[in-house]
Design a protein around this ligand. Structure first.
Ligand code: ARG
Ligand code: GLU
Length: 707
């Protein structure tokens, strides 16, 4: 590993430095007034978007589970993505009543189906950095520093929560070790399904099209939020503009982007590129294949695993996109270059000399992290995986239980029991889960058998010391067959009836689990220290960056409310390929007709309907007269922005964001106009599907749309 970094370091010294910073923009509400949005194309006042005094567009925004949504009526209707309610719809479906397959519409409120999705609305926020960072300056111990910060946060939240018992209070880290903001949210725990298109509209193109442009799916759904069993009345809701937009139009997005890593060091990117991305992408592919084989043609099993499969597929493809991006662009090298430039700046400024050691310290911490990472990632997957993982995990906590007070022990056991029951409930009525579980266990055993760490080797090597697949699979099978826990019924009995007894069982899983636990606990401790020390350096890197390049620091996405703006715009992602910014219904037919790919399957009656419908004129693209389906734009979004409203220059709803293009997946590390494009479903297709496929006239009327 050292070699890679050294080569890179040498390489970058030869390169000429570029001084321009990429333009990016997940702006905080407090940044809005510093942007020249009028010049960019906004036709309303900034205080109509965000206003501390009176309701503005942001008050129509919600965080819906891990996604975003926006109110579109005064009675709590919310528009979000189909994939954001996918698991809820699958959960409400069965082979007889398959809403996922056929779609769902509640013309009357009594017919709406309750979900477990929570909705959050940002009420207000305040900077609490000073209190969070009080009394950390004396300590140089990184772990202690981290603990003080988290204790301070806990205390602030407790105090604030007591003041506002009806709100959800959270402190978000805006800049590691530097800037913290307290957010107050209103939480509604009653969200009901109102309109969901059939899966082959909502997820048309499936995994084949996921993270790709051009796109032809209607990835939207409508839900309603309730409070005290009454439709919730939001402070603001969005007006729908059925005319949509045209190429070049100014647009903006408000939403809750989840996580970006733009303020991290080059070593962090290398860690992602060398470990996290390839290992997880491979492992998820393996899991996907095992689950698909297991579920086979059984519709109920397919429904049960549909959400899990969607999320495994989604992450695996995203990670492959990131690997391609890092391979094709100079993001990694450039981040190293920028870092070296900073080091040179520090070296040439006497008053900054105290910062000089951070470059070497950071590199050394990562070098050690790299040594552990491969096995650490696989071990984490082992714990997260199936019966063995559950058994090992429970055993991992055995020692902690022994040290607990009586009350703590009782509540811990109760909690564990609940968790295990929940885990196992997924297996109820499934007799041959073993075929899938055993396969995954063998593969993880094999991967860990490849380890170069002696402590891991000792556990996962076949008896003869061979590390070929055959013998490691055989060793894993041996443990598997010796364990009674492989039988779900007896595992359930052991794990739920008497956890104490379970932890002391002489079972092959528990015995092996205990060995793994010893090694894993040690690694966990070391990783914790490494990560805390790495984190403690980040604010220093930020100081240097600020001193060298000046200006404001844009906090990484962290699930808090953000604004981004840009234009409806195509791009040229690959050699000889130029992509336009709109897709139309014509493209749905091109994909669906005469293909063997099940992702593009459309029933004949759907195809006939698409051909026959004479849509309202307003829904047609003004020049080519087709109904627009998908839209592409150069705004800055990431996971969590799903379901975010795309708004026009007057703040009206013209689309719903749901994805990024393949080349844009690396914008989590670095946004760039040349490869970053995000994808939404055009409002014209939303209305088209609701009107002509869903016949959802009541909801359209509630949204104030007449067609
Ligand atoms: N790629 C989009 C997002 O990141 C859509 C995901 C939908 N899920 C899927 N497996 N196709 O969430
Ligand atoms: N589909 C993503 C989500 O669920 C949004 C797309 C992205 O990651 O940019 O939030």
């Amino acid at each position: 590993m050292k070699n890679i970094t050294l080569t890179l370091l040498l390489l970058v010294i030869i390169f000429a430095f570029k001084s321009d910073r990429d333009e990016e923009g997940m702006f905080l509400m407090s940044h809005l007034s510093s942007l020249d949005l009028k010049k960019a194309g906004l036709e309303i006042d900034v205080d109509e978007i965000y206003n501390e005094e009176k309701p503005a567009l942001v008050n129509a925004l919600v965080r819906l589970g891990g996604c975003t949504g926006s109110f579109i009526s005064e009675s709590g209707l919310i528009i979000t993505n189909h994939h954001c309610v996918f698991s809820s719809v699958a959960g409400a479906s069965s082979s007889e009543n398959n809403y996922l397959e056929n779609g769902f519409y509640a013309a009357k409120k009594e017919q709406e189906i309750k979900t477990t999705l929570p909705v959050r609305i940002t009420q207000s926020y305040v900077d609490v950095s000073e209190i969070v960072l009080a009394d950390i300056s004396e300590t140089t111990d990184a772990l202690l520093k981290r603990d003080i910060i988290s204790d301070n946060i806990k205390a602030i939240v407790e105090k604030e929560q007591a003041k506002y018992p009806n709100l959800t209070v959270e402190v978000s880290e805006m800049l590691v070790g530097k800037s913290y903001t307290l957010f107050r949210y209103k939480t509604l725990n009653d969200v009901r399904l109102v309109y969901v298109p059939p899966k082959n509209i909502g997820k048309f193109g499936g995994e084949s099209d996921n993270w790709e442009w051009p796109r032809h799916n209607g990835d939207f759904s409508i839900v309603r939020a309730y409070e005290n069993n009454m439709p919730y009345q939001p402070e603001a809701h969005l007006e729908v503009n059925p005319n949509g937009t045209k190429e070049g139009d100014f647009t903006f997005i408000l939403g809750y982007p989840g996580t970006t890593y733009r303020n991290q060091t080059a070593e962090f990117l290398e860690y992602q590129n060398t470990f996290v991305l390839p290992i997880i992408a491979d492992w998820f592919d393996f899991r996907i294949a095992a689950i698909e084989e297991f579920a086979g043609a059984n519709v109920d099993l397919q429904l049960r695993y549909s959400g899990r499969l969607a999320s495994l597929n989604n992450t695996a493809k995203n990670f492959k996109g990131k690997m391609q991006g890092l391979r094709r662009t100079d993001v990694l090298v450039k981040t190293y270059q920028d870092q070296i430039k900073l080091a040179q700046y520090v070296a040439s400024n006497k008053e900054m000399s105290s910062y000089l050691p951070i470059f070497k310290q950071n590199n050394e911490l990562y070098m050690r992290k790299f040594e552990l990472s491969r096995d650490f990632i696989y071990l984490n997957q082992l714990y997260g995986n199936g019966i063995f993982g559950g058994a090992a995990y429970a055993a991992l906590y055995a020692s902690k239980i022994a040290e607990m007070s009586k009350e703590d022990k009782a509540s811990y056991l109760a909690e564990s029991k609940e968790q295990i029951e929940k885990d196992l409930s997924g297996y109820k009525g499934v007799s041959s889960i073993e075929s899938m579980e055993l396969k995954l266990f063998c593969e993880l055993y094999y991967q860990l058998g490849q380890s170069s760490l002696p402590q891991i080797n000792e556990i996962f090597n076949a008896e003869n010391g061979s590390i070929d697949k055959e013998s490691l699979y055989a060793a894993a099978r041996h443990i598997w067959y010796k364990s009674k826990l492989k039988n779900i019924e007896s595992a359930a009995e052991l794990m739920t009836k008497d956890l104490d007894k379970f932890l002391k069982t002489k079972d092959a899983f528990i015995t092996m689990g205990n060995k793994v636990n010893r090694v894993f606990s040690e690694m966990q401790v070391e990783m914790n220290v490494l990560n805390a020390e790495i984190d403690a350096l980040i604010p220093k890197f930020n100081d240097v960056e600020m001193a060298a390049n000046g200006g404001d620091f844009m906090p990484d996405a962290n699930g808090t409310l953000r604004f981004t703006y840009g234009y409806i715009k195509g791009y040229e992602p690959e050699d000889a390929i130029a992509l336009k910014p709109f897709t139309t219904i014509k493209g749905i037919l091109e994909k669906a007709e005469g293909t063997a790919n099940p992702d593009y399957f459309l029933q004949n009656e759907f195809i006939e309907k698409l051909k026959k419908i004479e849509p309202a004129d307003v829904l047609r693209h003004p020049t080519d007269k087709e109904v627009v389906v998908g839209m592409l734009y150069n705004m800055d979004t990431t996971g969590g922005n799903s379901g975010s409203p795309v708004m026009d220059s007057k703040g009206r709803l013209v689309g719903v964001n749901f994805d990024r293009a393949y080349t844009a997946t690396i914008n989590d590390y670095a946004w760039n106009e040349s490869y970053s494009r995000s994808i939404g479903v055009d409002i014209r297709y939303v209305l088209y599907v609701m009107k002509y496929f869903g016949e959802a006239d009541e909801v359209l009327a509630e949204m104030g749309v007449t067609l």
